[in-house]
Design a protein around this ligand. Structure first.
Ligand SMILES: [Zn+2]
Length: 286
């Protein structure tokens, strides 16, 4: 049976490690198609989308997160959103240059944001290393901003006949006894999992296979599994809410122009046609 995109969690029975692993192949293909990306930027978008899914499942499974790669020199940014319902989306905001930014040539930061239960935002920023490696940037963020020791690997093949995307986060848990020895064992084992693209292609991205391979020989318990998919929560209602924030004079101008408004969602490409009568409704409501 072909795999569907999902994210799974498991924990070693000695309480030392937790793992979160995701398959994001179809989700990232949806994002890449909606954003019309190709080449290196498609690959980076795939890794960022996987980061957003893993970050949410690791830190705040029931709350939404956003991850942003912000390029220096006004070269634009990549954004990925992950929602507790499983829908995930991405956006390339092109900078002043005509070519898409390249994370291996242009310096960039990785910003991770998650909503807290009281609706405040937790936000942290790290430099992306010069290699442009997002797995390393994500690990650096987890250590510096969340104080959690994690080993992270992201892998994606964005184009071609056998696209794949996914990754994992292995965390050392605070309850771990003999933490140093456990870390040494896991670090050695994960040397084979730094580069996971081929592994993902061979297993159709299966997160359960990835977890079984990483925890091989260690008793562990499956914790949870959730579906992941490409999707956007835009709606006509949201478009109208945004329009209602405009000044009355601006809305009046749109009414006077006498043409229905066509507003497209930058994330998913859905187009919303707003009739003059709806704009007039905003004027009478305010
Ligand atoms: Zn949308």
């Amino acid at each position: 049976m072909p795999e569907n995109d999902s994210v799974m969690r498991a924990m070693t029975d000695d309480g030392a490690f937790r793992i979160v692993a995701a398959r994001t192949t179809d989700t990232t293909q949806g994002v890449i198609a909606a954003q019309k990306l190709s080449g290196a930027i498609a690959h980076d978008m795939a890794d960022l989308v996987t980061s957003a899914v893993l970050y949410r499942e690791t830190m705040a499974p029931t709350l939404r997160v956003q991850c942003i790669v912000r390029f220096d020199e006004e070269a634009g940014q990549l954004i990925a959103d992950s929602h507790p319902d499983g829908w995930t989306r991405g956006l390339l905001q092109q900078g002043s240059g005509s070519a898409p930014p390249n994370i291996r040539r242009t310096r960039a930061t990785l910003e991770m944001m998650r909503t807290l239960p009281n609706s405040d935002l937790h936000r942290g920023v790290v430099e992306v290393p010069e290699s442009g490696n997002l797995s390393e940037a994500f690990m650096r963020y987890m250590q510096l901003s969340e104080q959690i020791i994690s080993m992270i690997s992201l892998g994606s093949v964005a184009e071609g006949e056998n696209p794949t995307a996914g990754g994992f986060v292995v965390q050392l848990l605070p309850e771990a006894t003999e933490a140093e020895a456990a870390m040494a064992t896991m670090t050695k084992r994960l040397e084979d999992f730094v580069e996971i693209r081929e592994r993902l292609q061979q297993s159709d991205g299966s997160p359960s296979q990835l977890i079984e391979q990483i925890f091989e020989g260690m008793p562990f318990t499956w914790l949870d599994s959730n579906d992941i998919r490409f999707g956007c929560q835009c709606s006509e209602l949201r478009v109208m809410t945004t329009l209602s924030l405009l000044d009355r004079s601006e809305i009046q101008e749109l009414v006077d122009e006498g043409e229905p408004l066509s507003i497209g969602c930058d994330y998913c490409g859905t187009s919303y046609a707003i009739e003059i009568a709806q704009l007039q409704g905003l004027l009478s409501a305010s």
